[in-house]
Design a protein around this ligand. Structure first.
Ligand SMILES: Cc1ncc(COP(=O)(O)O)c(C=O)c1O
Length: 453
C-alpha cells in the first residue's frame, strides 16, 4: 500500500472551512469523525491512512463503471487540450456535445430524441419543469403548472427540485410548496395492515385519480417519479404501479417525468429503466450520475419530439441555459463512460450478478433487527426495526443506520446510513465474490450494532 500523501490533521483543519452537504454541521464542529478519502481504484476507495474499503455507495449512487478508469481521465485530458471550454449558447456548438446528444437520444426510449445538458440531477429536474411550464404557456394553458410528486421522493436540492422532494427533507427550510402536491409513497412494507400489496396498488392509483380530480387536470403539468425511490428508502413500488400511474397521466393529459438520475446507465441492468423495466414511455427522462459515472458533473434532460416541437415553434425562444451546459470535458467523460458500459456489457453483468446480490442480501432478513431487505440489482436497502412482528421503527436517537455504517466501515465497507436504513449502491463492476463479501460484512456489522444496543 502506498504511504498516505496527506496529513489527516491538516486536512481536517482545512476542512473546517467546508460546508458539508446534508450534514449535521454542529456535530461536525464538535468531533472529528470525518473520513478522509484520498484514493480510489475499481470498486474500492482508500482513506488517508491507506485503509481499503469496498465502495458500497458508488461515491453517491454514481460511479457505475468503477473508480480509476484511465480511459475516461485520458479522454477528459485530451478534450481539455483540444478545446478547454466553449458554450452551447445561441448558435454555438462543439463536436462532442453534438455527438453525445445524438448518442443519448439513440439510447433513450421511443420519441425521446432531444437532450438538454446540465450539471446535476437537481438541474436536470428543474430544467424539466421549466421546459414544461414554457410548453404549456405556448399551448395557451398557463394554468397547467402544478406537479404531482410522492412522499419519500428525492429530486434534488435546487429550489424546484427540493419542492418536489419529500417534505421530510426540508424541515425548517423553505420551498415552492404552492407548485407541488404529494401522493402517498408506494411503500409496500409500510402499507396499511388490512391491505394486500395488490389492494395497496389499487389504493395508490385511486388516490392519484382522486387528487387529479380534486385539483383539476387543467392545473397539473406533470407527475414526477423515480422508478425506485432512492434516498427515500430504496422503495420498490408494487408490480404494475408505474404502468398504471402512467396510464392515468395519459388519460388526463399530464406529462410523465421519470427521474432516472440514479437508475439510468446500468444500475438496474439497462441504460434506462423506464421502458425496459417498468414498461412506461415517459415524456421526459432526467439523468445524471451514471451519465459520466461521476467523473464529471453532468446531467441530461431528455425530452420528447412532441415537447420539442412546441418549444421550438416559430416565435418561441428557449430562455434557459447554464454556462456549463454541454461542457466539452463533461461530454468527453460521458462518451467514454458510455463506451465502457457498452464495450464491457456492464448492463449484462448487472443483470447476471444483480439477482445473486439481491438473494445474498435477502438472507439478512434472518437477523433480529432486519425488517426488510429490498431493492433491485445494484440498488439495495436494509430497513431496521425494533420489532419484526409489529414493524416498530427505531427512533432517530437510536441512530441504527449510523451504527451499522460505523461497524461496516471498521470492517472495510462503506455503506450509507439513512435514518433506520443502510443503503447500498455499489459500482456496477463488482464480482459475485465481492457482493458476497458485502453481505458477510453487513451480517457481522448488524450483529455488532444489535449488541451495542
Ligand atoms: C433520484 C434523484 N434525483 C435527483 C437527484 C439530485 O441530483 P444532484 O445531487 O446531482 O443534484 C438525486 C441525487 O441523489 C437523486 O437521487
Amino acid at each position: 500500500m502506498n504511504k498516505p500523501h496527506y496529513s489527516v490533521e491538516k486536512v481536517l483543519r482545512q476542512d473546517d472551512h467546508l460546508v458539508h452537504s446534508f450534514a449535521n454541521l454542529d456535530a461536525l464542529k464538535q468531533d472529528n469523525a470525518r473520513t478522509v478519502i484520498t484514493r480510489a481504484q475499481g470498486a474500492y476507495v482508500y482513506d488517508a491512512e491507506g485503509n481499503q474499503f469496498i465502495d458500497g455507495i458508488g461515491g453517491l449512487w454514481c460511479v457505475n463503471v468503477g473508480h480509476g478508469r484511465h480511459e475516461i481521465a485520458d479522454a477528459i485530458a485530451k478534450q481539455l487540450k483540444d478545446l478547454d471550454y466553449y458554450s452551447t449558447f445561441y448558435n454555438l456548438t462543439h463536436p462532442l456535445a453534438a455527438e453525445l446528444s445524438q448518442k443519448v437520444a439513440s439510447m433513450a426510449p421511443g420519441n425521446l430524441n432531444k437532450v438538454y445538458f446540465g450539471n446535476s440531477g437537481s438541474v436536470a429536474n428543474d430544467s424539466a419543469i421549466r421546459m414544461l411550464q414554457h410548453y404549456f404557456n405556448r399551448l395557451g394553458k398557463p394554468k397547467k403548472k402544478r406537479i404531482l410528486s410522492r412522499v419519500g421522493a428525492y429530486h434534488g436540492s435546487t429550489y424546484m427540485a427540493v419542492a418536489m422532494t419529500t417534505p421530510a427533507y426540508r424541515d425548517g427550510w423553505d420551498s415552492a410548496d404552492h407548485l407541488v402536491d404529494f401522493l402517498s409513497s408506494p411503500y409496500p412494507y409500510r402499507r396499511p395492515d388490512n391491505m394486500s400489496v395488490e389492494e395497496f396498488c389499487d389504493f395508490l392509483i385511486e388516490e392519484m385519480e382522486q387528487t387529479i380530480e380534486k385539483i383539476g387536470a387543467e392545473n397539473i403539468a406533470a407527475f414526477i417519479a423515480e422508478p425506485i425511490l432512492g434516498a427515500g428508502g430504496v422503495i420498490v413500488p408494487p408490480e404494475g404501479y408505474h404502468r398504471r400511474a402512467w396510464e392515468v397521466c395519459q388519460r388526463y393529459e399530464i406529462m410523465s417525468i421519470s427521474d432516472e438520475v440514479v437508475t439510468a446507465f446500468g444500475r438496474l441492468g439497462h441504460m434506462f429503466a423506464s421502458k425496459e423495466v417498468f414498461d412506461i414511455q415517459p415524456d421526459i427522462i432526467c439523468s445524471a450520475k451514471g451519465l459520466t459515472s461521476g467523473y464529471q458533473p453532468m446531467s441530461a434532460t431528455i425530452i420528447s419530439d412532441d415537447i420539442f416541437e412546441v418549444i421550438s415553434a416559430p416565435g418561441a425562444m428557449f430562455m434557459h441555459g447554464m454556462t456549463y451546459s454541454g461542457h466539452p470535458a463533461c461530454c468527453a467523460a460521458a462518451l467514454e463512460n458510455i463506451a465502457i458500459i457498452e464495450r464491457e456489457d456492464i448492463c449484462g453483468h448487472v443483470r447476471k450478478v444483480g439477482p445473486k446480490f439481491e438473494a445474498g442480501m435477502k438472507t439478512l432478513e434472518q437477523l433480529d433487527i432486519v425488517g426488510e431487505v429490498r431493492g433491485s440489482k445494484f440498488m439495495m436497502g436494509i430497513e431496521f426495526v425494533k420489532n419484526k412482528e409489529t414493524k416498530e421503527a427505531f427512533t432517530p436517537e437510536d441512530n441504527i443506520g449510523g451504527k451499522v455504517a460505523k461497524h461496516a466501515q471498521q470492517r472495510g465497507l462503506i455503506v450509507r446510513p439513512l435514518g433506520s436504513m443502510a443503503v447500498l449502491s455499489p459500482c456496477l463492476i463488482l464480482t459475485e465474490d465481492e457482493t458476497a463479501r458485502i453481505v458477510d460484512i453487513l451480517r457481522e456489522s448488524i450483529e455488532a450494532a444489535t449488541k451495542e444496543g
